[in-house]
Design a protein around this ligand. Structure first.
Ligand SMILES: NC(=O)c1ccc[n+]([C@@H]2O[C@H](COP(=O)([O-])OP(=O)(O)OC[C@H]3O[C@@H](n4cnc5c(N)ncnc54)[C@H](OP(=O)(O)O)[C@@H]3O)[C@@H](O)[C@H]2O)c1
Length: 220
């Protein structure tokens, strides 16, 4: 990780998993893991951040709206929706386009409105994207998944806080996605240390809260 002041948004990762550590069915179909209390918490959290980010895998699997539900938050300011989509696979009729502002980050040349090129590698350069978001005034970013995207954020040392809701169900299956997929065992075959900061019982499960160890020098 680079030394000195880190000018980038604060990054919060939030995910819901089963008791056996899976975030969707083996065929990647969405499954209900938490309930009303956790939905409310997530929508209140969305309302407190400036942007929400997911990968194209989540867009294709779940077609999420990525908005703040008025049922949970009165008169919300919908955060900016940010999608990582290197090969421009986001469907034109995706629900994320229905309400609020959006930004799609790609690694290909683009002059489409609302799209931004970050790097020219196989995937979106997320460190560069963080700089671009900082320049746009994004101070807090909520990363909601899926496992590939969350893995990249950990790998790049970009995660500040992690909340994991553990629901009371088993999903099973070695192909079912987990909160952090990717290659795993990061640089030097090391694990990533977390600082456990608390828990909360909600619905029929438990919310686990962590800070990511190490460099405290986040911009805000
Ligand atoms: N339970 C939960 O809380 C929760 C939340 C969200 C999602 N999910 C589940 O997660 C699953 C989707 O997860 P997923 O892992 O398949 O997909 P994902 O993490 O949503 O998206 C991964 C894709 O994003 C693109 N991408 C571009 N730049 C990237 C970068 N720097 N790092 C990582 N990815 C980058 C890549 O595709 P390109 O190369 O084509 O760009 C990559 O394959 C679904 O089953 C969904 O239901 C669960």
């Amino acid at each position: 990780m680079e030394g000195g002041e880190r000018l980038r948004p604060k990054v919060i990762v939030n995910v819901a998993m089963s008791a056996d550590g899976k975030i969707a069915l083996p065929d990647r179909t969405e499954v209900k893991i938490s309930g009303e209390e956790d939905f409310r918490r997530v929508h209140e959290l969305r309302d407190r951040v400036d942007a929400i980010l997911v990968g194209i895998g989540t867009v294709l699997a779940d077609d999420p709206k990525l908005t703040v539900k008025e049922e949970y938050v009165e008169d919300p300011d919908h955060p900016l929706k940010v999608i990582l989509d290197s090969e421009r696979r986001t469907p034109e009729d995706a629900q994320l386009f229905n309400k609020g502002d959006w930004l799609i980050a790609t690694s290909e040349e683009t002059d489409k409105e609302g799209w931004i090129r970050c790097g020219d590698g196989e995937q979106v350069d997320i460190s560069l994207l963080m700089k671009r978001l900082e320049e746009r005034g994004i101070e807090k970013l909520l990363v909601e998944g899926g496992g590939e995207v969350i893995s990249s954020f950990f790998e790049e040392g970009l995660v500040d806080e992690l909340t994991v809701f553990v629901g009371s169900l088993i999903i099973g299956g070695r192909e079912a996605p987990t909160p952090v997929d990717g290659e795993g065992a990061y640089e030097r075959n090391e694990t990533i240390d977390l600082e456990f900061v608390g828990h909360e019982y909600m619905d029929d499960g438990i919310l686990l809260k962590y800070r990511v160890d190490g460099d405290d020098e986040i911009s805000r």
